[in-house]
Design a protein around this ligand. Structure first.
Ligand SMILES: [Zn+2]
Length: 130
């Protein structure tokens, strides 16, 4: 699926889900890392290397080296999108392609989990070191 079309479908899917924090950007780095850590723990995959760069609401994932790049103030949507790339690669779901239906399913799963936990409402205390 073409990149832009995927993003559009992703937005529609998250809207239907009622994913309110879609446009909320996470300002605290420790909170960003906490959300990532919670997702990794719940969905049973290893923490990727997380790097921060820039301020546009965008990110990227290098699945083979397990590195995700986020801007300094990313939205939840970007965080779960990039993390979903890592999860799908770890679980060998996408093959050689990256923006697949399986990726969309993973993003949905992550979004539901975040909604259930409401991490954006009351962030939990800082976790112990990884
Ligand atoms: Zn992507």
């Amino acid at each position: 699926m073409a990149r832009l079309k995927f993003y559009e479908n992703e937005r529609i899917m998250l809207d239907k889900l009622g994913f309110k924090p879609r446009n909320n950007r996470i300002t605290e780095k420790k909170h960003i890392l906490l959300v990532i850590k919670k997702l990794c723990k719940h969905f049973k995959f290893d923490l990727p290397d997380v790097r921060f760069y820039g301020n546009s609401d965008s990110g990227s994932a290098k699945v083979k080296s397990r590195v995700i790049r986020l801007d300094h103030n990313p939205s939840y949507q970007v965080v779960i999108h990039e993390l979903a790339h890592i999860y799908n690669h770890d679980n060998d779901l996408d093959g050689e392609k990256c923006h697949t239906k399986k990726l969309m399913r993973t993003i949905k799963k992550f979004a539901k989990y975040i909604m259930k936990k409401q991490y954006w409402v009351k962030p939990e205390p800082e976790p112990v070191n990884p």
